[in-house]
Design a protein around this ligand. Sequence first.
Ligand code: GRF
Length: 201
Amino acid sequence: MGIKAKLAVFVSGGGSNLQALIGASETGKLSAEIVLVVSNNAKAYGLERARNAGIDTFVYNVKDYPNKEEAHSDLLEMLEEYGVEYIALAGYLKLLPEPLVKKYKGRITNIHPALLPKYGGKGMFGHHVHEAVLAAGDKESGATVHMVDEIYDNGRILKQGRVPVLPGDDADKLAARVLEVEHKIYAEALEELIKGKQHDD
Ligand code: GRF
């Protein structure tokens, strides 16, 4: 019960985490309504998932505007129009505009497919992460939900989930095992963030 927080989810690709968040929102495990899905990639399957769930979508690319200031203010206006209170990055591969990071400080999260602070930072995305974990011979990996600030993979860690690295793993197998954990912990972490925030208010 209670008022649901308004959430925007940003995706660049398949959107399986978005799907998990849609599911959690529908079952009430996540006290948020996903009001908008934003993508830099018009072909992202995540946009299709949004449309299937009846969620509005917005394709956003700085290069479609005369300059970045106009691009940034258009994105901010769009989020405002939808009354967005929280932003969840879910496989979003672009850096967020600085004015947005400032405005939503403490209310933007990301999920990363490794146990940060290990295997984070520039270039550490997708299969690169899992290949690095395998190359290092680590016995475990996992996923991290963290707050977003101006630096890649740098913000406060909200939640982590661990999985074993198994003999015979390749990047795809490990990615699939990590994704299962991602789908669980992202909604949990968001729920805790939103609830904590509601108590503060
Ligand atoms: C996930 O592994 C996430 O941790 C990373 O990008 C991937 C997105 O997957 N940031 P999906 O689009 O949610 O399926």
